[in-house]
Design a protein around this ligand. Structure first.
Ligand SMILES: CC(C)(COP(=O)(O)OP(=O)(O)OC[C@H]1O[C@@H](n2cnc3c(N)ncnc32)[C@H](O)[C@@H]1OP(=O)(O)O)[C@@H](O)C(=O)NCCC(=O)NCCS
Length: 218
C-alpha cells in the first residue's frame, strides 16, 4: 500500500483497484444539497444530541474542554456578534456520550471564507468525531439533523472537503450531497484567518448558481 500525506496531515492510500494516483494535496471538493431528501433519524442511545447557538456567555457548547475546539467555536461566536455572517443562522449540532462531547458539526451562513455562497445559503463544516466514536453514524446523524432543521425553499447547503478525506466525503454523499465544484484553499500572505475557498472548476448543472464564483464549467 502506498501512503501519502496532504497539507492537513491526513494519510491515504493509492487506489489499488484502479491504480489511480491520489488527488493532489490541497484539492477541495465543494458538495451542495437542497436538503430535500434528508430525513431525521433517531440517535441510537446512549448518545444524546443538542444544538448550540452563539448566545451571551455561551461562546462554545457545554463539554467543549479542548482548547482547539473552544477556539473554533469562539471564532464563530465573534464573527456572529460582529455581524460578519450574511445572516444570523450560525450554530452546531453536538453529540454527547456519558456527558462528554464526542461529535460536533457546525454550520454558518456565508462569510469571507465561502464567498461563492448565496445570501441565504448555509455551509456545514468544522465537523469532528472523537476517534473512539467514529464509524457509528454520528456525523451522518448531525448532517441530516441540520438539513431537516434549516432547509427552506431556495436555500442550498454547502459541504467543502479535501479530496483525500474519504470518510467525510462518504458522510456528505450518503446524505445526498452532489459535487458542484472543485477548487482550492487560498491564504493571502500565509494568514489563515483571512483565507478563503476558491472554486477553480464547476459542474455544468451549477452554472447559474456559481456564475459569480469565477470557476470554469467542465
Ligand atoms: C469525517 C468525520 C467527522 C466522520 O465522522 P463519523 O462520525 O465517523 O462519520 P459517520 O460514522 O457518520 O460516517 C463515516 C462514513 O465513512 C466511512 N469511512 C470510514 N473510513 C473510510 C475510508 N477510509 N474510506 C471510505 N469511507 C470510509 C464509514 O464506513 C462511514 O460510512 P457508512 O455510513 O456508509 O458506513 C470523522 O472521521 C472526523 O472527525 N475526521 C477528522 C476531522 C475531519 O476530517 N472533519 C471533516 C472536515 S470536512
Amino acid at each position: 500500500m502506498v501512503l501519502y500525506l496532504t497539507a492537513s496531515g491526513i494519510a491515504g492510500p493509492k487506489n489499488e483497484t484502479t491504480g489511480e494516483d491520489p488527488p493532489p494535496a490541497g484539492h477541495y471538493l465543494f458538495y451542495r444539497s437542497s436538503g430535500d431528501q434528508a430525513r431525521e433519524e433517531p440517535l441510537a442511545p446512549p448518545y444524546v444530541a443538542s444544538a448550540w447557538r452563539p448566545s451571551f456567555g455561551r461562546p462554545w457548547p457545554a463539554g467543549a474542554s479542548d482548547s482547539r475546539d473552544r477556539l473554533r467555536f469562539l471564532f464563530r461566536y465573534l464573527v456572529h456578534y460582529l455581524r460578519l455572517f450574511a445572516n444570523r443562522e450560525c450554530g452546531a449540532i453536538c453529540v454527547y456520550f456519558d456527558n462528554r462531547l464526542v461529535h460536533y458539526s457546525g454550520f454558518t451562513p456565508r462569510y469571507w471564507r465561502f464567498p461563492f455562497m448565496g445570501d441565504d445559503d448555509i455551509q456545514i463544516g468544522n465537523t469532528w468525531t472523537d476517534p473512539v466514536h467514529r464509524g457509528k453514524g454520528l456525523a451522518f446523524f448531525a448532517l441530516e439533523k441540520i438539513l431537516v432543521m434549516k432547509r427552506k425553499p431556495g436555500r442550498y447547503f454547502w459541504y467543502c472537503v479535501e479530496a483525500i478525506n474519504r470518510p467525510s466525503i462518504r458522510v456528505a454523499t450518503r446524505a445526498g450531497f452532489e459535487l458542484a465544484a472543485e477548487g482550492t484553499w487560498k491564504k493571502p500572505f500565509g494568514i489563515k484567518l483571512i483565507g478563503s475557498y476558491v472554486i477553480t472548476s464547476k459542474k455544468q448543472h451549477d452554472g447559474a448558481a456559481l456564475s459569480h464564483a469565477g470557476g470554469t464549467s467542465e
